[in-house]
Design a protein around this ligand. Structure first.
Ligand code: ADP
Ligand code: MG
Ligand code: MG
Ligand code: MG
Length: 400
């Protein structure tokens, strides 16, 4: 079973049995493939009559996009696994445990989180996650601080960065987020009723200028090890607990890209609320809760990050008065800009979000699409002048 091929369910069971100590010796195992079928296979292996279970995630060498095949390096399975292990070592409560892997077969065996809900689904159902902001703020502060030149030896950081050279997955981001929405592209995907918006995006040169600056950061600013795909579909939640999965886009990039992913996805759900809430009171409650959550995500990130800086900084130059404030203020600007880019691409680009696309009513869906675009564009346009999270909230209000 060593040369690469996509596993079948029987092979996944054999593999599960070979993981020491995972299942009782004579357990009868069952397997189901539960992935969404775009990029990877996900096998759920359970033992009959017990609670024992594991997940095996295997990369396939192509992405299925609009019926076509997009070749993708299998090395991303190694990158995802090393990222999971790195993040687990920094935040063991917030990341699934890795039990085994094969780089050749491009799979990772990990903790089964089936008791959790994918956050995007939970948010669509209107569920509150009162601990989420605290958890994700801690996750981002710790993973970003300890893999940056602030919390890591600068030579060791360069060596670690060498394990995260991820050109194929970075190209997906570069094309789908920073390129396609701003020009004619066969990758773009939007309904005719918002063709006016798509056209406006293609000709808005002041907006292109801000996107070009953010793209430059994504391409060149190797600030810390990013998760790289930290949307609400990569986060498992319960009201008490949070686990971050799916870091196959991990690479060394700008911290604000991860924070912006979380906040941009909360704002996509916010923009969708008129399509989901049954009455005005519910809508107002959920909208307020989502804005407070976005704000708390930033606040928890910032307080944890400053605490780590004050307690665990490795070098002297970074103690220079004013530098911490400057550094954090830059992360906030980047966060707003990247959040905006992510909102825009989820409306006109290749890959959308269920928060908006599954709104049943056509008028409500179109209103949500326009609202998300208005917020996204406002954040991108003004990201460099943002000084506090209040400024972000003002830009959101002005757009709606
Ligand atoms: P992809 O990179 O293909 O998006 P994900 O890692 O996001 O793959 O996994 C796809 C789906 O598989 C998830 O949305 C979830 O339903 C399921 N899944 C992935 N990892 C786990 C896990 N550790 N425990 C339970 N379910 C999982
Ligand atoms: Mg997927
Ligand atoms: Mg995923
Ligand atoms: Mg993925």
């Amino acid at each position: 079973m060593s040369a690469y091929h996509p596993l079948n369910a029987e092979e996944a069971i054999q593999l599960a049995k070979s993981i020491p100590g995972r299942f009782p010796d004579h357990a009868e195992l069952e397997c189901r493939e539960i992935g969404d079928g775009n990029l990877n296979l996900v096998f759920h292996v359970t033992a009959k009559n017990t609670a024992d279970s594991i997940i095996i995630k295997q990369a396939v060498p192509y992405a299925k996009v609009v019926g076509e095949s997009w070749p993708l390096s299998l090395d991303r399975a190694r990158i995802e696994r090393v990222a999971l292990e790195t993040q687990y070592s920094l935040c063991p409560n917030l990341v699934p445990k890795v039990y085994g892997y094969s780089d050749e077969l491009a799979y990772t065996v990990m903790e089964d989180l089936s008791e959790y809900t994918i956050m995007r689904k939970g948010l669509i159902e209107g569920i509150a996650y009162p601990k989420f902001a605290e958890h994700i703020g801690e996750f981002m502060a710790r993973t970003l601080f300890y893999t940056s030149d602030l919390g890591m030896n600068q030579q060791e950081k360069k060596v670690l960065a060498g394990r995260f050279v991820n050109p194929d997955l970075c190209k997906i981001t570069e094309d789908l987020i920073f390129e396609d929405p701003y020009r004619e592209s066969s990758n773009n995907n939007y309904p005719d009723h918002i063709a006016d918006e798509a056209e406006a995006l293609r000709t808005d040169l002041p907006l292109h200028f801000e996107v070009a600056l953010l793209r430059e950061k994504f391409l060149t600013h190797a600030q810390a090890l990013l998760h790289g795909d930290l949307h609400t579909g990569s986060i498992f939640v319960t009201p008490e607990s949070t686990k971050v999965i799916d870091p196959e886009f991990a690479y060394f990039g700008p911290m604000g890209f991860d924070i912006g992913a979380v906040i941009g996805n909360l704002l996509l759900n916010y923009a969708a609320q008129p399509g989901w809430s049954q009455d005005e009171y519910t809508q107002a409650t959920r909208e307020a809760r989502l804005l407070e959550m976005a704000s708390d995500v930033w606040n928890h990130f910032e307080s944890n990050f400053r605490m780590l800086w004050n307690d665990d900084l490795l070098d002297e130059m970074s103690r220079t008065p004013g530098y911490q404030d400057y550094y954090v203020s830059q992360i906030l600007k980047d966060t707003a800009g990247f959040a905006g880019c992510k909102m825009i691409r989820r409306i006109v680009g290749l890959s959308h979000v269920a928060d908006i696309d599954t709104i049943a009513d056509d008028t409500a869906r179109e209103a949500a699409q326009r609202k998300a675009l208005a917020i996204g564009k406002n954040l991108v346009r003004h990201h460099r002048s943002i000084k506090s999270f209040e400024d972000i909230l003002t830009l959101i209000q002005q757009a709606t």
